[in-house]
Design a protein. Structure first.
Length: 187
């Protein structure tokens, strides 16, 4: 969780004392800028840890943003979505082929693992994925799935980097917003 310290609050209140609603403007502008930093940094850090492209990550993510305003100085960001097909990670081969063993890796730091019964197929809908059929040819196939965007964003390495970047943005933006408002911009 990102927080604004009591010292920062007291300092902003002291500096912005003569400006009507000045302290609130400083805080909600700084918070909203930090939300943008969280969104960007989360995507960058997920791609640093997981073997997924930006295009695939963006296609599978559902990010909700609640910006702070003058009456509610709390901003929220949430990551949601279903599990991502394993095919979108580091998989070889990438195209449907017969007879080749399928290998896959979710994390960038791990080597690909071979799957015995797996195959790459294109469905009638056009969806390409990594599937498995157990036992007989009459049984239905099952698609392999990787983690969801929320799971990846909750990774301790990713989360630590995102929190650090957001806190740094808050600290920088508070001074910037005070200067901006005192110079007659934005309010």
């Amino acid at each position: 969780m990102i927080e604004i310290s009591n010292e920062q609050i007291e300092r902003v209140n002291a500096v912005m004392h003569g400006v009507q609603g000045g302290a609130e403007k400083v805080f909600y502008n700084a918070i909203n800028r930090a939300l943008g930093t969280v969104r960007t940094t989360a995507g960058e850090q997920i791609r640093e840890v997981y073997a997924i492209s930006q295009r695939d990550l963006r296609a599978e993510s559902n990010i909700r943003l609640k910006k702070a305003n003058r009456n509610d100085l709390v901003g929220e960001i949430s990551f949601a979505g279903c599990k991502i097909p394993l095919y979108r990670f580091n998989v070889s081969p990438k195209q449907p082929t017969r007879g080749l063993k399928v290998k896959a890796a979710v994390l960038k730091t791990r080597s690909q693992v071979e799957f015995e019964q797996a195959f790459i197929a294109r469905m009638q809908s056009g969806h390409i994925g990594m599937f498995e059929r157990k036992a007989s040819k009459r049984l239905p196939i099952k698609e392999f799935l990787g983690p969801s965007v929320a799971d990846m964003a909750g990774n301790s390495v990713v989360l630590e980097q995102v929190e650090n970047a957001a806190q740094e943005t808050i600290n920088k933006r508070i001074d910037h917003e005070m200067t901006r408002i005192l110079n007659g911009y934005g309010g």
